[in-house]
Design a protein around this ligand. Structure first.
Ligand SMILES: [Zn+2]
Length: 127
């Protein structure tokens, strides 16, 4: 039994537990996601004489790029949907980040629980 090691491990574990709870709260939020990455693309209509042919592109178009069955698919986002698409794509990114962190913490905690078991084990007969 190693009291100081055990108390260090408990401290470490309780920090991870707190962080994990915070992540779980955010993962449980009601949200809508747009999966994929949004890319801004300069728009060139190509009409002869248009300003875009003279190096002044139109406002950039927004494009959703995502992997579908192993291939990259791109779809244009309507201008009226830009705001919502950006919001939902960002929410998706944040969700994935939180999930990645949650999984890392889960791994850490698994190790800590094992170590804590060892650190708290007593020899018998008691000293
Ligand atoms: Zn043009």
């Amino acid at each position: 039994m190693n009291d100081s090691e055990a108390s260090q491990l408990r401290l470490k574990a309780s920090r991870f537990v707190t962080e994990r709870q915070r992540l779980e709260k955010s993962l449980l939020e009601h949200q809508r996601f747009l999966r994929g990455s949004l890319l801004e693309r300069p728009k060139f209509c190509g009409k002869p004489g248009c300003k875009c042919t003279k190096g002044q592109p139109h406002p950039p178009g927004l494009c959703l790029s995502r992997l579908v069955e192993g291939t990259v698919r791109q779809v244009f986002i309507r201008a009226t949907d830009h705001e919502r698409a950006r919001k939902e794509a960002l929410a998706y990114k944040r969700y994935r980040q939180a999930l990645r962190r949650w999984r890392a913490i889960d791994k850490e905690l698994n190790i800590i629980w094992e170590d804590l078991e060892t650190a708290q084990e007593e020899a018998y007969p008691f000293e």
